[in-house]
Ligand binder design. Sequence first.
Ligand SMILES: [Zn+2]
Length: 162
Amino acid sequence: MINKIKSNVFQLDFKQFGSTVYLIKIDDKNILIDSSSEENKQELIDDLNELNLKPENIDTLILTHDHWDHIGNNDLFTNAKIITNKNIEDLPKQFKPIQTPGHTQDSFCILYDDILFSGDTIFHEGGRGRTDLPGGNEQQILNSIKNLKEVNYKILCPGHIN
Ligand SMILES: [Zn+2]
């Protein structure tokens, strides 16, 4: 299912378990945030198709962290530069990275305009990511959430919406 967040920002949500995917169109560039789980591969292709895009049209794929349900379809995006916390210096200049360890050590959020893409750090209605998986740390996520309260955004776009 495709939800239009703004004229150039789309939220793709899927039937099977897996992360939400966001498409941001800036200056003829197509940027994705996360690629969901492999179970959602066909639905992701279909949604992109509905937006007149093929996987090879994606220029940049940003991964909020390396959990399987966020990175399952990376192989579709053969022309995309993949950006993780290891090489965030390559983020498009309109995006501001915010380090938010806790759910995993490599978790980060992205501020774009007045939208916060929060991965699995925070969810709607005060929800937050679990810390009982490898690399999770309860005290760190609490600190990260505290830091996010200082960030000026109006729209929250988390990695899971239901
Ligand atoms: Zn996760």
